[in-house]
Design a protein around this ligand. Structure first.
Ligand SMILES: Nc1ncnc2c1ncn2[C@@H]1O[C@H](COP(=O)(O)OP(=O)(O)OP(=O)(O)O)[C@@H](O)[C@H]1O
Ligand SMILES: [Mg+2]
Length: 506
């Protein structure tokens, strides 16, 4: 049997894979007990064994320092960035500066790059798929948040290459979800995908015209997801406990892990119940050796109050994306919910009020992304009977640094991809043979507030007087939202050598 390309949703909290079978049906890949998702967790136990997925999750309360979870948020982030510093406050594992203006994480006294961490999770998903399909799997379409920048996308590609998994295409999570919704139904609709997962929030407005899926605008926040809802609850518990006992549990990783676990379960239970008890026996001891318990109660109302700014933030982004798309709420035919956190009733209520109609239940919130990735993977096969065309966009402007740290945008936010643009530069001093350029992605006017993608150096420029030589620079953003650059001398047509170096931003 021909080796298929599978679709993988590499999630912050859960990963999921699917494949299109011979008869054209999409099948989710089940894991052992029949679960369709695998926790995106990697750990090393005290004997040095590597554990991935459920095995890692099962032991995380007891081994919090060597259990890496939620790390998708760290992908492609400089150590100094706010998101990394925020994560360091809540994660029990250590997060340290890496060699490429990124971070590394520790488990079992070993250091892992985010490429390596992602490779562990991808590898597990691939192995489960290979075992289930009874054949080796070597190629996959992998999804990323629409709001991932070029650097973050590259990390996922590199992760694949570390485990001999060819990431044939990276596609955006909301775009994948729209495929799960619309492929093969001959539709003509404009849909909003509201994807609130464990770690990231994405929203895309997509026009479906039969087999053409055109993203009109996208937006998001890679630091807004279920984990933040949990953190709000945890913070509330810590404050309550400190108020009652004077003891700060934040410094005790095992206690924190128990609180974290119950906080998430409580949040989930409150999606179907009005009130839930929050009890943890023997969480710590007094100085006199007397055991202390946590005994609290959460109501849905309280959870909604505590997390209302998180929901507000997501709706502000929805509003902006709607403006960017040039559409209004009445142009939207369906609002589709993706991501586990959208099961929270207040999220659905707020969206109903915003769009003037309830969100549709047209896709499965946990599975749609993997299903869409599998459909797209199938459409890339040579002998496919499924042709789909994705017209996607970049989530943030891409451009270069000008004098004084100003950002000169080359591609604007929501520019269609693939896309290429050219720019002419001239030499600024006599006998200049090299030209360096720092490239950034973001929507701010100053490069310091955007993400640096890299420093490109073009060498082999003809030596001449200042201003006498032109350099034609081509910026190419491929269909995956990944940038490559090249330069040539327009007078001679000669290509110059391009090297990329990621340096620290400051
Ligand atoms: N019934 C529920 N009510 C509220 N939240 C829920 C419910 N079920 C799951 N969640 C939350 O959904 C989140 C996981 O969602 P999901 O599996 O879609 O995320 P992910 O795909 O791993 O992350 P991302 O897409 O952000 O990378 C977790 O924070 C979980 O607590
Ligand atoms: Mg997801």
């Amino acid at each position: 049997m021909k080796e298929p390309i599978i679709g993988i949703d590499l999630g912050t909290t859960n990963s999921c894979a699917a494949v299109v079978e011979g008869d054209g049906d999409v099948k989710l890949i089940p894991y052992k007990g029949g679960e369709y998702t695998i926790p995106s967790i990697f750990a090393i136990d005290d004997k040095g064994n590597e554990l991935i997925g459920y095995e890692a999750k099962r032991q995380w309360q007891l081994n919090p320092r060597n259990t890496i979870y939620g790390a998708k948020r760290l992908v492609g982030r400089p150590f100094q960035s706010d998101v990394v510093q925020q994560m360091r406050k809540v994660a029990a594992y250590s997060i340290r500066p890496g060699a490429r203006n990124d971070v590394v994480v520790d488990a079992g006294k070993r250091e892992f790059t985010l490429q390596e961490f992602s490779a562990k999770v991808l590898g597990k998903v691939r192995d489960v798929a290979s075992a289930h399909l009874k054949q080796p799997i070597r190629r996959a379409v992998v999804t990323v948040p629409a709001y991932f920048n070029d650097r973050q996308r590259q990390v996922v590609k590199e992760a694949g290459s570390l485990i001999d998994l060819e990431v044939v295409r990276i596609i955006n999570e909301p775009t994948a979800a729209s495929l799960a919704y619309g492929v093969g139904k001959g539709m003509n609709k404009t849909v909003v995908i509201y994807d609130l997962g464990g770690g990231t929030f994405d929203v895309s407005i997509i026009e479906i015209r039969d087999r053409v899926f055109e993203v009109k605008a996208t937006g998001g926040d890679i630091f807004l997801g279920g984990i933040d809802f949990d953190d709000v609850l945890i913070h509330h518990v810590l404050k309550d406990f400190a108020g009652k006992t004077g003891i700060d549990l934040a410094a005790d990783p095992v206690a924190m892990q128990r609180i974290k676990d119950l906080a998430e379960r409580t949040k989930i239970d409150l999606s179907s119940r009005e009130e839930v008890a929050f009890n943890i026996p023997f969480i710590t001891m007094t100085a006199q050796g007397q055991p202390l318990n946590i005994e609290m109660k959460f109501t849905r109302k309280l959870l909604e109050q505590l997390t209302s700014q998180l929901v507000d933030r997501s709706l502000q982004i929805v509003a902006r994306v709607l403006v960017d798309s040039g559409l209004s709420t009445k142009d939207i035919d369906e609002v589709l919910l993706v991501g586990g956190q959208t099961r929270m009733p207040v999220v659905q209520d707020r969206l109903t009020r915003f769009f003037g109609k309830p969100p549709s239940k047209g896709v499965h919130p946990d599975e749609a992304v993997a299903v869409g990735a599998a459909l797209y993977a199938h459409s890339l096969e040579d002998d496919t009977n499924l042709r789909v065309q994705l017209l996607d966009v970049i989530p943030m402007a891409i451009g270069l640094e000008k004098a004084g740290g100003a950002f000169h945008s080359v591609f604007s936010r929501n520019a269609a991809i693939p896309n290429a643009k050219q720019l002419l530069a001239t030499t600024s001093f006599d006998h200049q043979t090299e030209l360096a350029m720092r490239i950034f992605q973001g929507d701010h006017e100053l490069v310091a507030n955007n993400d640096m993608l890299g420093e490109f150096t073009f060498s082999g420029i003809r030596a001449d007087r200042a201003g006498a030589v032109q350099v034609e620079i081509t910026f190419d953003v491929n269909i995956e939202g990944i940038l490559t650059m090249r330069a040539r001398d327009p007078a001679t047509g000669r290509e110059m050598t391009t090297t990329v170096r990621v340096t620290s931003q400051n």
